[in-house]
Write a protein that binds this ligand. Structure first.
Ligand SMILES: Nc1ncnc2c1ncn2[C@@H]1O[C@H](COP(=O)(O)OP(=O)(O)OP(=O)(O)O)[C@@H](O)[C@H]1O
Length: 121
């Protein structure tokens, strides 16, 4: 369950922008099946999720996984993209949505440019 008082990743308060983005994010189709997704993920090693363009697969699913505890004990949630620019753009967007600093809690890596997530949980 998301604690909406303190940002668990920074231990600081959330910005107003966080709540604006969260409300918009909750309207995306993946949010309607969030618990179903997590239940299936828990019971299986591999899961193939198919959804419409813009339904929230890229930006929301990694956050669901982190929230459910998949990113702790030196594990990380990774999201692959076919292009460097897309990888950087997604990591920037997810960092913005999580209200964290890029290079701290969220990073990106490609052949020529690496901005690692410094913090691990
Ligand atoms: N950088 C961004 N700035 C503003 N809104 C964004 C940004 N990236 C994504 N969004 C919003 O988040 C929604 C979900 O995007 P997301 O990339 O998670 O969907 P997706 O299911 O992975 O789409 P696709 O199959 O096209 O990759 C989009 O509809 C868009 O409105």
């Amino acid at each position: 369950m998301l604690n909406l008082t303190i940002n668990r990743y920074t231990n600081g308060p959330y910005s107003n922008r966080f709540f604006e983005i969260l409300e918009k994010g909750k309207t995306l189709p993946v949010w309607q099946r969030k618990q179903e997704f997590l239940d299936i993920l828990e019971r299986n090693q591999i899961m193939i999720l198919v959804g419409d363009m813009g339904s929230g697969k890229t930006t929301q699913i990694p956050q669901f996984e982190l929230e459910a505890g998949y990113g702790v004990y030196r594990k990380q949630v990774a999201c692959t993209q076919p292009r460097r620019v897309a990888a950087m753009s997604v990591s920037k967007r997810v960092a913005e949505e999580m209200d964290v600093t890029i290079g701290e809690e969220v990073g990106s890596a490609s052949d020529s440019r690496i901005v690692l997530a410094r913090r691990q949980y």
